[in-house]
Design a protein around this ligand. Structure first.
Ligand SMILES: [Zn+2]
Length: 245
């Protein structure tokens, strides 16, 4: 008995700390994330453009994040949100909160009806991982003005979760698939490293946003006003992991 109690306390404390951390993480996103400097790793020459943000704040896309995501995964979710918020420059903005504990189907349907998105952590036993292109997917996004982003956690392996989630958030924002870059249908670490001009253009078209007031990432040798060179990326493709849809 004497051994069990301290262990229980430790466990409770650990859980409490994790929840608290998550609460801080998801509440600490500044209202104007667009004005935040992106701490993007630029040691390989990739960087985000820095167009000024307009004065008014645009539409908010609400995300309800599954409590099953661990701390590491939450950091990647946050990074994906931050990068989209940055490139969208205040015109559209993701805001995340934790999904209620044990949400009942009623809560979920209310969330969807409100136009919000549930970001759910599932594994490959989940039905979504067994139907259609979900069979080979790392993540699946379903819905239109509200829906689900399923992250199939046991298929992510050592892939960059931030890139996978940024791709899915592109779908949430109305982008379809593109031949290259972040919105290519097949995952690659190189193409998913940041939100490129083509991905931003797809979202701008879907959301009717002025592309010349948005940001995107640029790589070494890529001219700001030219489409990304497609050939450069084709070598990085790994046909193993069709991402979704
Ligand atoms: Zn996709």
């Amino acid at each position: 008995m004497s051994l069990r109690l301290p262990r229980l306390i430790t466990m409770l404390l650990a859980t409490g700390v994790t929840l608290l951390l998550a609460a801080i993480l998801f509440s600490s996103l500044p209202a104007r994330a667009a004005t935040e400097r992106l701490d993007y790793p630029s040691n390989d020459g990739w960087h985000y453009t820095t167009r000024p943000s307009p004065a008014s704040t645009g539409r908010v896309v609400e995300l309800y994040v599954d409590r099953d995501f661990n701390e590491y995964e939450r950091q990647h979710l946050l990074s994906a949100m931050r990068q989209w918020n940055y490139v969208l420059n205040g015109f559209v903005q993701f805001r995340a909160r934790m999904l209620p504990d044990d949400p009942n189907p009623m809560t979920i349907s209310q969330i969807r009806r409100s136009g919000a998105w549930v970001v759910a952590r599932v594994d490959s036993r989940h039905p979504v991982a067994h139907s259609g292109e979900g069979r080979a997917a790392l993540a699946v996004t379903t819905g239109n003005r509200g829906g689900f982003v399923y992250v199939i956690s046991d298929r992510i392996g050592n892939r960059d979760l931030t890139g996978v989630i940024m791709h899915e958030f592109g779908h949430v924002l109305g982008a379809g698939h593109d031949g290259s870059g972040l919105m290519a249908p097949v995952y690659s670490a190189a193409m998913g490293r940041c939100i490129d001009q083509e991905a931003v253009a797809l979202v701008a078209r879907a959301q009717r946003l002025p592309i010349n007031q948005l940001n995107w990432c640029e790589g070494p040798g890529v001219s700001p006003n030219l489409p990304m060179a497609r050939a450069t990326y084709s070598d990085y493709r790994t046909p193993m992991a069709a991402r979704q849809r």
